[in-house]
Design a protein around this ligand. Structure first.
Ligand SMILES: [Zn+2]
Length: 401
């Protein structure tokens, strides 16, 4: 049965990385499902006669024609959040292959190099930094810091790279790879309801909200659950619960702000143990850089007050930051012209195209998501809308090549 209608590529990987516990997919960098998807990518690319190469940072390239500067590059990512949907990432990769397949079938001969690009660890689900592959390529994260990142099993990025056949000493800014990208187009399922409201299948991205991740470390006093009476406890779990509510309340008071605590780590994490520390990860976003900084400052003040009610303290550490991205005006104008009356939409979700935008002309296409839900097994796109996305990508490639 074709679960995704005409998008054969999504059907080919529909069984890879299913998460029986959470539902949906868990596909994390250089682990089983990700390695299977990389093998699928290679096989799929070779079917189209493309030449596959892995760059210094574990990003995967499939070249139509000789690799070289000025290339038109399109793609997305194949990794997922824990329990993610089928479309976030893979839709852009599958659509790129479909569009190139159509161009080839029509006898089209590109006038400049073309590549399909898959960025490593876009979701940051294994090592905690979103868009890690594009940040490494562009020098947006220091290589030493990246090598020392640790996954939940205590494996460093450097160790994981070795196991995956990537030399950790060569991780970092890759001028050669970046220098080949003349422009980058990322097609992506919409993460939001903009296209539903417009009644349209496809949009061009205008901007990405400023966003970042912060680690809130709430410290109390670990102790015995049975021997410690309630008065005088300094329980960081209770303080963290107050902190989560404080995050929600502080951000709800600011129009347009979004702030989320979606992950906690309890130390030591025993049923009969009052925890000593709780790590909570904050994702915060707002329209402008200043607005996002102000949001995090307001959250920090509220959280400090909240954890103090339980005799605990909190430290706030910035783990990643991406300022507001405005996509390339020239490409936007070109897309508007070629796609006749296509709408333009901002997004609250981060993407590799947003990281690349600081270095090379970058653009995005969004495909309608009929519920707006993403980062969830419920994420969906109608087959007809996916085909409209491929149509748009094919049109753009024809005009740019
Ligand atoms: Zn994505």
């Amino acid at each position: 049965m074709l679960a995704h209608g005409m998008l054969a590529g999504l059907d080919e990987i529909a069984g890879t990385g299913r998460d029986a516990r959470r539902g949906g997919y868990s596909r994390h960098l250089w682990q089983g499902a990700d390695l299977e998807l990389r093998a699928w990518f290679t096989e799929r690319a070779e079917r189209l006669g493309l030449m596959v190469a892995t760059d210094r940072n574990g990003n995967l390239w499939a070249w139509w024609g000789e690799p070289g500067p000025g290339a038109v590059v399109t793609g997305s990512h194949l990794d997922s959040v824990p329990g993610g949907g089928a479309y976030d990432g893979p839709l852009g990769v599958v659509s790129a292959f479909e569009a190139i397949g159509r161009l080839q079938a029509s006898g089209f001969v590109p006038s400049r190099p073309v590549a399909v690009l898959v960025f490593a660890e876009e979701e940051g689900s294994r090592f905690g930094i979103a868009c890690l592959g594009s940040r490494l390529m562009t020098g947006g994260i220091d290589a030493d810091r990246a090598r020392a990142l640790v996954d939940p099993d205590g494996v460093t990025l450097a160790e994981a790279a070795v196991r995956a056949g990537v030399d950790p000493e060569r991780l970092g800014a890759d001028r050669e790879a970046l220098g080949r990208i003349g422009l980058f187009i990322e097609l992506h399922v919409e993460q939001g309801r903009g296209l539903i409201d417009l009644g349209r299948p496809v949009a061009v991205a205008s901007s990405i909200l400023a966003h970042g991740r912060w680690r809130l470390t709430v410290t109390g006093q670990g102790n015995h659950a049975g021997a410690t009476l309630m008065p005088g406890r300094r329980d960081p779990m209770v303080a963290a619960a107050r902190a989560v509510v404080a995050v929600h309340e502080a951000s709800s008071a600011i129009p347009g702000a979004r702030a989320t605590v979606g992950r906690l780590e309890v130390v030591p994490g025993g049923t009969n143990v009052i925890a000593s520390t709780v790590h909570a990860w904050l994702d915060a976003r707002c329209e402008t850089d200043a607005g996002t900084r102000a949001l995090v400052a307001a959250i920090t003040a509220r959280v400090e007050e909240a954890v103090g009610l339980n005799g605990c303290s909190v430290s706030v550490t910035e783990e990643s930051w991406t300022g507001t991205v405005t996509f390339d005006h020239g490409l936007r104008e070109c897309f508007g012209r070629e796609l006749g009356g296509v709408p333009f939409l901002p997004t609250g979700a981060g993407h590799d195209a947003g990281v690349l935008a600081a270095s090379v002309p970058s653009a995005m296409l969004f495909v309608r998501n009929p519920t707006g839900i993403s980062h969830s097994p419920e994420e969906f796109a109608e087959a007809d809308d996916c085909v409209a996305g491929i149509d748009a990508l094919e049109t753009l490639l024809r005009s740019l090549l």
